[in-house]
Design a protein around this ligand. Structure first.
Ligand code: AMP
Length: 360
């Protein structure tokens, strides 16, 4: 039996945000239909998908309906309940594999997995009370980043402890919500980069050039390509991403974030088993975007070339950044992408744009 998904087949997508929306667009361009599982009605993705199942991500009846409706299922966010993905996987192929969700959902499991596969990270320790935090801070020279192990995203559930503040940690465990935590070494990084890589159902891999990312308040603001890194750093980041894809027996697109430390170390911070905000530039500067690459990978099609025809800078439009839209539309070498969200709220990703420059 051919593993190639025929045009006209239906792809299930768990999650109806902007990433699901852009996956639905890419699937449509390759001749596929999409059905989205998302509790919020009229979500960004369903404006472009063929159908929405309005239900919780872990609703067993809805999952069974999704499995019946789709030939393969994927997801647009990393906090899909593992049990839901596994339930689906017993009925229909699920890509990326649920194992990737399981590893990425817990920062300690994730960093241990990266290290076990020869990928360097910041030093870290699981910490479960103030005493653990104090001991780990001691070991890391008095500073560190305290994070919740699970359900952290966009900088939420984090506290930076700088040298000299180690004495203020009484009550730190309770202040983080009395949940399992990780303390990481505070990396003094030159910059943050990410690699958007893909692995097909036949095991072939491809990676876009790394982007240099700027975050503010834990939210991605911009991605610049090329990242201005040495060939050594670029190769190291791409190779680490490929090693991770192999180790997870992965199918689809993955986003891997790295710190490039002042001392030249390339340290993986985390990975997202999905298309990634720092890869949005690929829709403007590459022939095959990360979204099409993901659909190609999971549908068993050959991967697209991950080459780039332009240099570019992608910026997110967050909250009131929407006021910039009229001026941005006046720029000739700019691609604008809005997510169709009815309500603008502070901190909410409303869209993005990519400014294009000649390739160097
Ligand atoms: P994360 O949720 O792990 O992606 O962290 C959000 C942001 O916080 C990162 O993009 C960094 O800018 C910063 N950050 C996280 N972990 C560390 C660390 N160990 N050392 C220094 N900065 C960090």
């Amino acid at each position: 039996m051919s593993r190639l998904l025929a045009p006209g087949a239906t792809i299930g997508i768990i999650g109806g945000g902007q990433l699901g929306r852009m996956l639905a667009m890419a699937a449509a361009r390759l001749g596929y239909h999409t059905v989205v599982l998302e509790p919020q009605a009229n979500c960004p993705a369903v404006q472009l998908a063929n159908r929405q199942i309005v239900a919780a991500y872990d609703d067993p009846a809805a999952l069974d309906e999704l499995a019946r409706s789709a030939s393969i299922v994927t997801y647009e966010f990393e906090n899909v309940p593992v049990e839901a993905a596994s339930r689906l996987a017993s009925a229909v192929p699920v890509f990326p594999p649920p194992r990737a969700l399981e590893v990425s959902q817990d920062r300690v499991t994730e960093k241990s997995f990266l290290n076990a596969n020869g990928i360097s990270t910041a030093a870290f320790r699981a910490v479960d009370n103030d005493g653990d935090i104090a001991a780990a801070l001691d070991a890391f020279g008095g500073s560190g980043v305290l994070k919740t192990r699970r359900l952290g995203y966009d900088g939420k559930g984090q506290r930076v402890i700088r040298p000299g503040q180690a004495g203020d940690i009484e009550g730190a465990y309770a202040a983080m919500g009395n949940v399992p935590l990780i303390l990481e070494e505070l990396v003094s990084f030159e910059c943050e980069i990410s690699v958007i890589a893909a692995r097909g159902r036949d095991g072939t891999v491809a990676a876009f050039d790394p982007a240099r990312n700027v975050h503010r308040e834990g939210i991605l603001r911009s991605s610049t390509v090329p990242a201005g890194m040495s060939a050594k750093v670029v190769d190291e980041a791409k190779l680490a991403s490929f090693r991770l894809l192999e180790a997870l027996d992965y199918v689809g697109v993955i986003g891997v974030e790295f710190f490039v430390a002042a001392d030249g170390r390339v340290l993986a911070n985390e990975f997202a088993p999905r298309v990634h905000n720092s890869g949005h530039w690929t829709e403007a500067a590459c022939i095959v975007s990360q979204f099409e690459q993901h659909i190609r990978a999971i549908a068993g099609l050959p991967l697209g070339g991950a080459g780039r025809h332009s240099n570019c800078v992608m910026e997110n439009l967050i909250g009131n950044d929407m006021n910039r839209v009229p001026a941005l539309l006046g720029e000739p070498n700019l691609m604008l992408h809005l997510y169709g969200k009815a309500e603008t709220r502070a901190g909410r990703k409303m869209g993005h744009f990519t400014r294009m420059f000649p390739k160097t």
